[in-house]
Design a binder for this molecule. Structure first.
Ligand code: FAD
Length: 316
């Protein structure tokens, strides 16, 4: 029952896992330019340049290091060390004060999936990163991954928050459980990023219909906005942005008590418009050698991005 866009999505997700294709795309000289729209480069130096430009245009930043698939504890440590090095470099560049530039991390990259010890390994690595963030005067947000990891990730969050209450959570409105998770996490100072969710999830745990995911997003956002926490509204959807503004108004929130978040390269004019209204606007910037899978997943989400990408390839 595949419609054309579902077929396109499946093809692109297949491409995201195809190593041969990866080398073709990487080798094309144009890739650099096109990739630059969605990815903050490969090195610390690259991403610091991108972050500086964003900060200079009144935007806040969260940086995600794209590491290799973590298949053993050594790779998890490598990812951890990459974050620690990045945080130090960001601090030296004067970008981390008051959380202006923070980091986002995936516990899977820190070892969460490495068998029965995985969660403990990920927690230990995350602790090291949180300490480095604390030293730099900034914060950390734990990205949400597929639903099989939600309980484990929220338990790591609780552990980390005992020492660093500013550690941010991410909740996905496509999951049935998320309204309750929002209630649980809507506590004083609690930083919660709400997004729709990006993984392919079964009907047993997640809404399948876009309209249902959107309705759930609004219910969840209402809980977060009415609570005493710090909601982070991660969506490019114009209706969600508008509803967030209305809900924040209704809850009599000051502009510095919540923020909008969007991905690098997506609706940049809207990012600037929101920032100019005095809203806090944070841009999620992925970077690192492993940009290919990230880029293909973004293409799968939106064929318009693919057209942009292919146009870039064709004009060379
Ligand atoms: P969609 O439902 O995809 O689109 C709705 C409307 O938004 C579109 O009709 C269009 O008007 C507009 N729009 C969307 N994309 C574009 C575009 N490329 N260009 C122009 N207009 C567009 N997911 C997770 O599972 N875990 C995470 O930790 C996570 N972190 C995220 C962090 C940030 C900062 C952001 C922005 C997203 C994150 N996501 C995460 C991804 C998220 O779950 C969605 O998959 C993704 O944001 C797409 O949903 P959407 O709300 O932006 O809009």
């Amino acid at each position: 029952d595949l419609n054309p866009s579902a077929l396109m999505r499946q093809t692109l997700l297949g491409m995201s896992r195809n190593d041969q294709l990866r080398s073709v795309v990487e080798a094309a000289p144009v890739s650099r330019e096109v990739v630059r729209r969605f990815v903050g480069g490969v090195s610390d130096q690259d991403v610091i340049g991108v972050a500086t430009e964003l900060v200079d245009t009144r935007r806040l930043v969260t940086i995600d290091y794209l590491g290799e698939d973590t298949v053993d504890p050594v790779m998890a440590e490598r990812t951890r060390d990459a974050y620690v090095g990045l945080l130090q470099a960001l601090s030296e560049a004067g970008l981390t004060a008051d959380g202006t530039v923070e980091v986002s991390l995936k516990l899977s990259a820190l070892g969460q999936a490495l068998g029965s010890d995985g969660n403990a390994i990920a927690l230990e690595n995350a602790r090291v990163i949180c300490q480095a963030a604390a030293n730099a005067g900034t914060t950390v947000t734990l990205d949400a991954e597929d639903h099989t990891t939600t309980d484990l990730t929220l338990s790591v969050l609780r552990d980390l928050r005992q020492d660093w209450p500013w550690v941010g959570a991410v909740l996905q409105s496509y999951l049935y459980r998320t309204e309750q998770d929002c209630r649980d996490l809507a506590t004083e100072g609690s930083r919660v990023r709400l997004c729709k969710g990006t993984y392919k999830e079964p009907e047993s745990v997640a809404f399948q219909d876009k309209a249902d995911v959107d309705r759930s997003f609004v219910r969840c956002l209402k809980i977060l906005m009415e609570g005493p926490g710090y909601p982070m509204v991660a969506s490019h959807d114009p209706r969600i942005v508008e509803i967030a503004t209305v809900l924040a108004d209704k809850a009599q929130r000051e502009p510095d008590t919540f923020e909008f978040q969007m991905l690098l390269g997506i609706r940049p004019e809207e990012q600037l418009r929101l920032a100019a209204t005095g809203a806090r606007m944070r841009v999620y910037v992925p970077y690192g050698e492993q940009w290919y899978g990230y880029l293909m997943r973004r293409m799968a989400e939106r064929p318009a991005n693919l057209a942009f990408f292919l146009r870039g390839l064709a004009t060379r």
